[in-house]
Design a protein around this ligand. Structure first.
Ligand code: 2HG
Ligand code: ZN
Length: 457
C-alpha cells in the first residue's frame, strides 16, 4: 500500500511560501525521485519541493515540523544505499536549484558551492581559479555537493586528499529546528568549538538540510602518470597496494579490479582487454610527483612482487583511457540487475584475505548470486557488489557485513548507511556511540522530520 501523502495544510503553506510551481505533485514528473540509482529501492511517486533559496528551505522545514511531515533531501540521486529514497511517503526536497558556485578565493584556494552544484561544476570552478578539488568519482557530472556532504563521500582520490569532510571549511544548513546555521567564512584554520560542518557531514540528512558548503581547494597536478598493473593473484595485488602507499611519494590513487570485473566491463563496452597478459587482479596506480611521474611510477612498479604485466601512461588521453576501465565498473554491474552494494573497509592486515574470501562468503548463503569486488585498495576500502539477489534479500548483507565486523572492519566506508545497512549499524558503532548520535539528533531535529528512515536503527 502506498504511504499517505503530506497533509493539505502542509502543501498549502509550502506553496504559499515557495510559489505553486515549486511544489510538484504530478507523478509523471516526480517518479524519477522515487527510485535510487541502483533501482533496488523503489517508492511511490512522492511530492517534490524545489526550494530556490535558503529561506525557501526554512519554510519547508518549519511547515514540516508543524505538520509532522518527514523530509528526504535529494541532489543528483546517485546514492547507492537508498539514503535519499522516500520509501515511507517522505516529501523530497530537491536541492538542485541551489547550484550556484560562488565566492571563489583564488588566493587562498576556497569556494562556496550550493548543495545542488554537481561535483564536476566545483572541479571546473576550481580549475578556472588555478586550483583543483580533491574529491572525485565517476558520477561527478550528476552527484551534488549536498549529497557528498551528506554521505561524507570519499571517492577515487581519498588516499591523497581524504574524504569530503577534509575539504569542508564550513556549511550552511537549515537544522530540523528550522534554524539556519551558516559558516561559510574564508579562513582555513579555525578551531572555535564544535565542528558543526564536520558533524553534518556524513549525517545523511538526519539533522537538517545542508544548503551550501565552503570547500577547500588543493594544488592542481597536471603532470601525472597512471599505471595498470596485472598481478598473479588478488592477494599479491592487495599487498602491492600497501607497498605502493608506503613507497611512492605523490600518490593520487590506488584502485583494485579483478579479472571478472574487467571482463564484464570489456563485454558491456566492447573494449579490448586492458593488458595483453591475463591477470587475476589489476591495480590502477596514479602518481603526480613534481618531477617525471612516469619514471617514478615505472621504477616503483618494477619493484613490486607478483607483477605479470603493466602499462604506463603519461599523457592525458591515455591516462583517461586506463581510468575508464575502473570508472566503468558501476555501470557495467548495473546491467546485470539491481545490485546490493557493500562499501566496506578492512584493516590493512585483513583486506587481502577478505577480498579473496568474499565470493565464497556470498556463495555460502546465495549460491546463484555473483560477487564483484573492486575499489580503493590503499584506503582498505573494497566495494562488494552482489547481483542476482531479490531486492529485499538480507541474508547476504548479514553474511558479508558480519564477516567484515569479525575482521575489525567498518560496514560503511563512503556511501553511507542509508536504508540498506541500517539494520547493521550496531556492527560498527557501540550502544554508547549510537545513544550519543540519538541525543544529537533529538537536539537538532526535535520533530523527527529529517530523513527519519535512514542511518539510526
Ligand atoms: C566507486 O568507487 C563508487 O566507483 C561506486 O564508490 C562503487 O558501485 C559501487 O559499488
Ligand atoms: Zn568508491
Amino acid at each position: 500500500m502506498a504511504a499517505p501523502g503530506p497533509p493539505p495544510p502542509f502543501l498549502a503553506e509550502v506553496r504559499a511560501a515557495l510559489g505553486p510551481h515549486r511544489v510538484v505533485t504530478d507523478p509523471a514528473r516526480t517518479a524519477s525521485h522515487a527510485v535510487d540509482w541502483t533501482g533496488r529501492f523503489r517508492a511511490s511517486p512522492p511530492v517534490v519541493v524545489r526550494p530556490a533559496t535558503v529561506d525557501d528551505v526554512v519554510a519547508v522545514v518549519v511547515a514540516a515540523g508543524a505538520h509532522g511531515v518527514a523530509l528526504v533531501p535529494q541532489g543528483g540521486n546517485t546514492g547507492l544505499v537508498g539514503g535519499a529514497t522516500p520509501l515511507d511517503g517522505e516529501v523530497v526536497v530537491d536541492l538542485r536549484p541551489l547550484h550556484e558556485v560562488r565566492d571563489v578565493d583564488e588566493l587562498g584556494g576556497q569556494l562556496t558551492a550550493g548543495a545542488g552544484a554537481p561535483i564536476a561544476a566545483v572541479q571546473e570552478a576550481a580549475r578556472r581559479a588555478g586550483w583543483a578539488y580533491g574529491v572525485d568519482w565517476a558520477a561527478r557530472d550528476t552527484a551534488t555537493v549536498g549529497g557528498s556532504v551528506g554521505t561524507d563521500a570519499g571517492g577515487l582520490r581519498f588516499v591523497r586528499h581524504g574524504s569530503t569532510r577534509r575539504q569542508l571549511l564550513g556549511v550552511e544548513a537549515v537544522l530540523g529546528t528550522g534554524e539556519v546555521i551558516s559558516h561559510l567564512a574564508r579562513v582555513e584554520k579555525d578551531n572555535t568549538g564544535y565542528d558543526l560542518g564536520g558533524l553534518l557531514c556524513g549525517s545523511e540528512g538526519t539533522l537538517g538540510v545542508v544548503t551550501a558548503a565552503r570547500l577547500r581547494l588543493v594544488p592542481p597536478r597536471p603532470d601525472a602518470a597512471v599505471a595498470l598493473v596485472g598481478f598473479a593473484s588478488v592477494a599479491a595485488a592487495v599487498d602491492a597496494a600497501w607497498a605502493v602507499r608506503r613507497g611512492i611519494g605523490g600518490l593520487e590513487a590506488v584502485e583494485l579490479m579483478t579479472a571478472a570485473g574487467l571482463e564484464l566491463v570489456c563485454t558491456v563496452r566492447s573494449w579490448p582487454a586492458p593488458l595483453p597478459t591475463p591477470a587475476p587482479a589489476v591495480l590502477l596506480v596514479e602518481v603526480a610527483s613534481a618531477a617525471d611521474p612516469g619514471s617514478v611510477l615505472a621504477e616503483a612498479v618494477a619493484g613490486l612482487d607478483g607483477v605479470v604485466d603493466a602499462a604506463v601512461a603519461t599523457d592525458g588521453p591515455r591516462r583517461a583511457g586506463l581510468w575508464r576501465y575502473r570508472e566503468a565498473h558501476t555501470d557495467a554491474i548495473a546491467t546485470l540487475g539491481a545490485p546490493h552494494k557493500f562499501d566496506v573497509t578492512l584493516p590493512a592486515t585483513e583486506l587481502a584475505g577478505f577480498v579473496v574470501d568474499a565470493p565464497g562468503i556470498v556463495a555460502a548463503v546465495a549460491p546463484r548470486a555473483r560477487t564483484w569486488c573492486f575499489g580503493h585498495a590503499a584506503d582498505g576500502n573494497v566495494h562488494v557488489n552482489v547481483t542476482g539477489l531479490a531486492a529485499d534479500d538480507e541474508v547476504v548483507a548479514e553474511a558479508v557485513l558480519g564477516a567484515v565486523a569479525e575482521r575489525g572492519g567498518s560496514i560503511s566506508a563512503e556511501h553511507g548507511i542509508g536504508r540498506a545497512k541500517r539494520r547493521w549499524v550496531h556492527l560498527a558503532r557501540t550502544p554508547a556511540e549510537l545513544a550519543a548520535m540519538r541525543a544529537v539528533k533529538g537536539a537538532l531535529d526535535p520533530h523527527g522530520i529529517c530523513n527519519p528512515g535512514v542511518l539510526l536503527p
